[in-house]
Design a protein around this ligand. Structure first.
Ligand SMILES: NC(=O)c1ccc[n+]([C@@H]2O[C@H](COP(=O)([O-])OP(=O)(O)OC[C@H]3O[C@@H](n4cnc5c(N)ncnc54)[C@H](OP(=O)(O)O)[C@@H]3O)[C@@H](O)[C@H]2O)c1
Length: 333
């Protein structure tokens, strides 16, 4: 089979022939139609992810058709259109993943390939109305957004949410979950064009985080927010503490911009803020996310679709944050 292989960080992915996997006991073989990038794939190529093991096929997101089943798996799965939950071994605690938790696509071979073997428990039926590209763009980012906003953020209808860096894959889902849930959504971006696109998706206000007074403008224009969902961290994190209302929640799921410069803890305790972390989601979160997507008409926002062989171009676009939404790789028609 063809696959995109990372032989070593800082090298381009190689589009090469690889041995086809065989489904083991309790596994299914999926002929992938589409995969999608997550920033994790970029971090690994840059050597900026813990415990990198190479060579490896990257990719956490994928959708395709079951073409073979391992022992113990019913043959009715053959021919089924499925998506893959990339979070393995979450464990029993809904509040946090177990120590065994791992994410598909390093250290285990991932979805940037024509075929993948996955445990049956990791697959779900593809949302019927989605194209292959939309289905492939759903799993990791939509799960992360759903848990961050709804579980950890506890966003309620009528409240105000701030979603930072709206060009990001996770952020475009968070915006949709917030709007569909009856909340007022504000967003930040480095790009006026991306703020316009977010407004067209229902955001009621947008600010350029590249402008030093963005937080003051937010407060004077819209007032303090109930829930912040942030995947950037960095120097801007301190301003999130300023824009959160007393008793509000700041949910962080990523650190694209690095560590926060300095935090004024006096503001945190005086405002009775909840600083919350969030990572992907449990199997129950995944099932609830899928239900919310179908009931609330959530549509993956796809920035662009490239053939699998051009995966390096997609990684390059992610590196420069050029995208609005998900970068998809088409694997088969
Ligand atoms: N914990 C988890 O389970 C989990 C899951 C998924 C992702 N993550 C992490 O979350 C982050 C986002 O992931 P993703 O896949 O959505 O990434 P992505 O699609 O590559 O999006 C990155 C976005 O970050 C925004 N950004 C960059 N610098 C920023 C800054 N200083 N302030 C605010 N926003 C900034 C940009 O938004 P604009 O283009 O609008 O400027 C950019 O489009 C990554 O760090 C990723 O590793 C964690």
């Amino acid at each position: 089979m063809k696959a995109l292989v990372l032989n070593r960080p800082h090298e381009p992915l190689r589009f090469t022939d690889q041995p086809a996997p065989k489904p083991g006991r309790g596994e299914v073989l999926v002929a992938l139609k589409a995969a999608a990038l997550n920033r994790r794939d970029y971090w690994v190529t840059e050597g900026l992810y813990p415990d990198i093991r190479c060579p490896v096929i990257l990719g956490s997101d994928g959708a395709g058709v079951v073409t073979a089943v391992g022992r113990g798996v019913g043959s009715h799965w053959l021919g089924q259109a499925v998506i893959i939950n990339p979070g393995y071994y979450w464990g029993d605690d809904p509040s946090a993943q177990s120590g065994d938790f791992r994410i598909l696509g390093m250290p285990d071979n991932g979805t940037f390939a024509e075929l993948i073997s996955v445990p049956l428990r990791q697959i779900h039926r593809k949302p019927e109305l989605f194209t292959w590209e939309q289905a492939g763009a759903l799993p990791l980012a939509a799960l992360t957004a759903f848990r961050a906003l709804m579980r950890q953020g506890r966003l309620e209808s009528g409240q105000t949410a701030l979603i930072t860096g709206i060009g990001g894959g996770v952020a475009t889902y968070a915006l949709q979950f917030a709007v569909a849930g009856g909340a007022r959504a504000l967003v930040t971006s480095s790009s006026p064009a991306k703020l316009d696109r977010a407004a067209a998706m229902g955001a009621c206000g947008g600010l350029l985080y590249t402008e030093p007074d963005w937080a003051d403008r937010l407060l004077s224009g819209y007032g303090p927010v109930d829930v912040v969902v942030d995947g950037a961290g960095g120097e801007g994190y301190a301003r999130l503490i300023d824009v959160a209302r007393p008793g509000g929640r700041i949910v962080n799921y990523g650190a694209t911009a690095g560590a926060p410069g300095s935090l004024d803890l006096r503001k945190v305790f005086w405002k009775q803020l909840h600083l919350v972390g969030s990572t992907m989601g449990s199997p129950a979160d995944f099932a609830d996310m899928l239900q919310a997507v179908s009931h609330r008409g959530i549509q993956p926002v796809i920035d662009s679709v490239l053939p699998l062989a051009r995966g390096n171009d997609a990684i390059e676009r992610m590196k420069t944050c050029g995208q609005f939404g998900k970068l998809v790789l088409r694997i088969a028609d």
